[in-house]
Design a protein around this ligand. Structure first.
Ligand code: SF4
Length: 125
């Protein structure tokens, strides 16, 4: 079974279960309509189970080549970082690459909070 790139196998499994409806990622916004990868027939964007490392690297590079010619790459990447999406290639970034970007963003936000004159941020909760 093929999964659209914006619906990981994990989400597909959850949405197939009875119970509260989990929103489809196809409802994320207009950018999805222009996604080059709407039909991920080659299965490039999400890892099959027990995928060897060499195969994963090759698959991810192929997915990134698709992303590189996608007109909605920036919107897709922003979506994947904001969610955050834990699996798959989104916006030309692998899950590991997105974790690095998010860590940098958090570190940068922390540095900005430490700067003299910055407003203290109230703790949530
Ligand atoms: S950037 Fe990549 S993952 Fe995102 S919609 Fe385009 S082809 Fe799909």
């Amino acid at each position: 079974m093929q999964h659209p790139p914006h619906q990981s196998p994990q989400v597909a499994a959850v949405t197939a279960l009875p119970g509260p409806r989990v929103p489809s990622r196809e409802e994320d916004g207009p950018w999805h309509a222009e996604a080059v990868c709407k039909r991920d027939e080659a299965g490039l964007f999400f890892a099959p189970s027990k995928e060897p490392t060499a195969a994963r690297l090759s698959r991810e590079e192929a997915a990134k080549r698709v992303c590189a010619r996608c007109p909605v790459m920036i919107a897709c990447r922003q979506h994947a970082l904001l969610q955050p999406e834990p699996y798959g290639v989104w916006g030309g970034l692998t899950a590991a690459e997105r974790r690095v970007v998010l860590a940098r963003m958090r570190r940068r936000a922390g540095e900005l909070r430490q700067q003299p004159g910055s407003e203290p941020i109230a703790a949530a909760g």
